[in-house]
Design a protein around this ligand. Sequence first.
Ligand code: MG
Length: 367
Amino acid sequence: MTTIRSVEILHVDLPPPVPRSDAIQSFVTQETPFVRIRMADGSEGTGYSYTIGTGGSSVVALLRDHLAPRLIGRDPARVEQIWRELLFATHATSVGAITSLALCAIDTALWDWRCCRDGQPLWRAAGGAQASVPVYTTEGGWLHLSPDELVRQSVEAQSQGFKGAKVKVGKPRLAEDRARLRAVREAVGDGFEIMVDANQCFTLGEALRRAPHYAELAIGWFEEPLPADDLEGHRRLAAQATLPIAVGESLYSPGQFGDYVRAQACHIVQVDVARVGGITPWLKVAHLAECCNLAVAPHFLMELHVSLTTAVPNGAWLEYIPQLDAVASSRVQIADGRAVPPETPGLGIAWDWPEIERRSKARHVIN
Ligand code: MG
C-alpha cells in the first residue's frame, strides 16, 4: 500500500472560445483548479474542477486550507472513505457549490490515480456499459445569437454529424422564443433533436405557459425551467408538461438528486461531475437514475463526461462544449455524431503541463 505524500494545487483561467450567454448569465471564463496528488511510491493522479467565472479562488482556498492537508499520509485507494470524511470535515460549508467543486478536484485525482494504477481507462473502470454515446452541441445555441445565426449554426452542426442541438430560451416574449425555435426546426427537419434550456429563469406559471409551445415543435427536453430549489414547482411542471423536464446542473449533492427523483420532478438527470462533488457521487446519481428508468445527460465537461456517460447504461447524451483545448493535447473523439471514450488509462485527458504551469495564477503545495 502506498500513501499520499503531497498535493499540488494550481489555478488556471480558460476563456471560452466563443461568447456564451443564457437567460441569467454569461460564461466569463472557466476557472479551473487542478489538483495533482503524488504518492510515496512515485505514482500520481490529476484531477480538476471548474466554475464559469466566480468562486474559483474560494475553491482553491478550501482545497489549500482545509481539504488537501487531510489527505497527507492517507491510503489513496480508500476513495469512498476519503470523499465521505472530507464532506463531514467541511460540514459547516456543505451542501454547497464551493465544497462540492473542491471535492471534485480531489475525487477525480484519486480516480485518475486508481485507473492508471490498474491500467484501465475511466469508462471501463467505472462500468464500461456503452462503446459510444450520441452528441448534441450547445455551442451554436446561445441566447444572444440572432435567429439567422441560430439557424446557420444548427444546420452546420447537423451537417457535421451532430445528433442534436440545444437552443437557449427565456427571451422576454414567448413569441420570440417560439419564432427562433420554429426557424431552427424548419431548417433542420424532424430527424434532428432540438433541446431548450431556460437556465432557471421562469416562474412556474410562465414555464407552464411556454411548455406546450416547445412541445409543439417536438423539443427533446425543457432544461432548468425553474430555480433549482423550487422542487415543488418542478414536480407540478413535470406532471403537466408533455415534453421531458431536464434538471441537474445546479444540484450539488446526491441527496438533492434523490429529492428530485423521489418527487418525480424531472425526467432527464443532468448530473455534473464537478458540481456534484466528483466521480464517486456522480456514479451514485447515475445508478439512482437507472434504477428509476431515467436517462442521464450530464451538463458540460465533455472531456470527462464522455467516459462517465459511456460507463453507465443510461448515459443518453454528451453535451458538446469544448473547453480544455488550450491545456490538453487530447480531443474528444466523435464519429458519426457519437462520442467514443478514450482508451488511455486514467481520466483519458492528456494535459499540457508546461501550458498549465505557464497559465497558473496560483500554485500551492501541501505536504
Ligand atoms: Mg443548462
